[in-house]
Design a protein around this ligand. Structure first.
Ligand code: HEM
Ligand code: SF4
Ligand code: SF4
Length: 511
């Protein structure tokens, strides 16, 4: 209930962005990819800064100052890009997490990405805070002292760490060599974990659409020019830093070390981390849908299911049934999302077979034979000259709402489960006049690749292709979220108006 409430708010919020950006470029649907992209911006700008950065108590501060003021047009811009991209990565990462939480994309097979995601939050924060030390201004001094006091509460070290920052001359040049080493290695570890994070996802979207990437860089550049990143005064360990301007994206917990206590901040940070880590198990769904099953009798080892599976749940292994084909698919039940996209990919998903229809791979609770029988029954009673079969997706707009005298609807776990041959079948053997294919909003497929593969299969770019004899005028696509009533009704009306104008009784190959 609560979940539905937040989902509705999210969809309304996303709608505000759908108007200017369109579904394809809506940044909400590309938050993971934008986060990846921001990492590259940080890396490139960071490499530039490193070229001029010198390690040393005075050199560190001076080289950053020189970059900022003496070459404001290059070094200054790069510094600001580095700063603002680092701030933005926190925002996009946390929104990406929140969105995955609200849309329920964290449990069962997704727990792995979620848990690695929590580690990524730590790594991003460590990188960012480490970066602030490098400038060695009063803000860096504050962070250094506060971090040392925070760690000292754990009593991990023989001597209190804070002693290293209390006297002028306590920090030496080697300290900056160490900082600059960690500021290279931790981002590399972050990159490694970003790769691990997306490892279980087939065709992970690690690059945002080009227009979005350009938009992100332009926004950061404008920010860099309007409000360049500046340093505080040079750190002076003999003084207590006076007024400092915190970067709230990274340093929000720091004042709490003094307002509460270091122990309380450990409890807060540790508690949040444990809570986040346990979310996949705390909000576990009561029942999990049965996973895909392979039917070797109808499998020729073509690998299409393996290539199309969004969660790399299928591996191709040596054949065990003595058939000539070299390989057979094997489903890992722990990784399977029960989305059915593999069923839509299989060449054996052929509804024209009048014998018992069993595909090479099937969802046991949604066998194609049953779906075909449901379609036959529903279409047999349709009336009028613009009879439409609507195929929809359980995660998107509820297409059953569209049912009427002239409209039948079937909802699948994911629209990617629809084999193109079913569109052919419906228009030919089952006598519908048009087919409406609906699914989640574009860019927001609950199972990541359902919409992409469906579009490509219908455009005859990806196997299994929609057969050439199927007239495309009789097909309409509609990517609509649960609240997109208008979008779904409009798409249906457009399709019905179009097919009503087409010649009657000549459905295939004659138009
Ligand atoms: C540096 C930070 C992060 C980066 C660069 C990143 C990037 C990505 C990318 C590129 C994807 C694949 C998107 C797709 O192709 O569908 C993804 C998926 C995912 N991310 Fe992140 N992510 C980050 C942080 C997080 C965090 C903090 C969490 C949660 C704690 C998280 C949870 C997930 C989950 C659960 C998925 C799978 C979503 C699905 O199955 O549809 N990520 N991430
Ligand atoms: S049901 Fe989905 S996740 Fe499972 S094997 Fe098929 S395509 Fe992969
Ligand atoms: S798509 Fe079908 S025929 Fe091809 S390997 Fe997978 S189950 Fe076998």
């Amino acid at each position: 209930m609560m979940n539905k409430y937040f989902r509705n708010i999210l969809q309304r919020l996303e709608n505000l962005f759908n108007a200017p950006f369109g579904q394809r470029l809506n940044p909400w649907y590309h938050l993971g990819a934008i986060t990846f992209f921001l990492f590259w911006v940080i890396l490139v700008s960071g490499i530039y800064l490193y070229i001029f950065y010198r390690t040393g108590v005075d050199e560190a501060f001076q080289t950053v100052e020189s970059l900022t003021h003496d070459q404001w047009y290059a070094g200054g811009v790069m510094r600001s890009l580095h700063r603002y991209a680092s701030d933005s990565i926190v925002v996009t990462m946390l929104l990406h997490m929140l969105r995955n939480f609200i849309t329920g994309r964290f449990h069962s097979f997704r727990y792995f990405s979620w848990v690695i995601g929590v580690l990524l939050i730590w790594l991003v924060y460590i990188c960012g805070i480490n970066g602030y030390w490098m400038v060695w201004d009063r803000l860096a001094q504050f962070i250094a002292v506060a971090t040392a006091e925070w760690f000292d509460w754990l009593s991990l070290f023989g001597q209190p760490l804070v002693r290293n920052f209390l006297m002028q001359g306590a920090v030496d040049d080697r300290f900056f060599t160490l900082l600059s080493f960690t500021h290279i290695t931790i981002p590399l570890v972050l990159l490694l974990f970003m790769w691990v994070h997306t490892k279980r996802m087939n065709h992970a979207e690690t690059n945002p659409p080009r227009y979005l990437a350009v938009g992100v860089v332009m926004t950061l550049l404008v920010l860099a020019l309007i409000k360049p990143a500046l340093s505080h005064a040079h750190a002076d360990l003999s003084l207590v830093p006076g007024v400092i301007h915190l970067d709230w994206f990274y340093l929000a917990p720091y004042p709490l070390i003094y307002v509460w206590s270091p122990g309380a901040v450990w409890a807060l940070v540790g508690g949040i981390t444990l809570l986040l880590l346990s979310i996949p198990w705390l909000f576990k769904p009561r029942a999990r849908a049965p996973v895909a099953e392979v039917h070797l009798d109808n499998c020729n080892g073509c690998e299409r299911c393996f290539k199309d599976c969004p969660y790399s749940a299928i591996t191709m292994q040596p054949r065990t049934d003595g058939k000539l084909h070299a390989l057979q698919p094997v489903v890992d039940p722990d990784l399977c999302a029960s989305c059915g996209i593999c069923v839509g990919a299989c060449p054996s998903s052929m509804p024209f077979r009048h014998n018992k229809l069993v595909s090479g791979i099937e969802l046991p609770h949604r066998m194609l034979m049953t779906q075909r029988a449901d379609i036959d029954r529903a279409l047999a009673v349709l009336q009028g000259n613009a009879r439409v079969m609507v195929f929809g997706c359980d995660c998107a707009y509820d297409v059953r709402v569209l049912q009427s005298e002239g409209v039948a609807a079937l909802s699948l776990p994911c629209i990617g489960m629809l084999p193109p041959a079913f569109v052919d079948y419906v228009l030919r053997d089952a006598h519908a006049d048009g087919v409406l294919i609906a699914g989640c909003r574009e860019g927001d497929c609950q199972y990541r690749l359902g919409i992409r593969w469906t579009e490509q299969r219908l455009a005859r770019e990806r196997a299994p292709h929609l057969r050439r004899r199927v007239p495309l005028q009789r097909i309409e696509l509609c990517w609509a979220g649960v609240l997109d009533d208008d979008l779904a009704h409009t798409a249906l009306a457009v399709l019905r108006a179009r097919i009503a104008r087409l010649p009657q009784g000549k459905i295939l190959g004659l138009e």
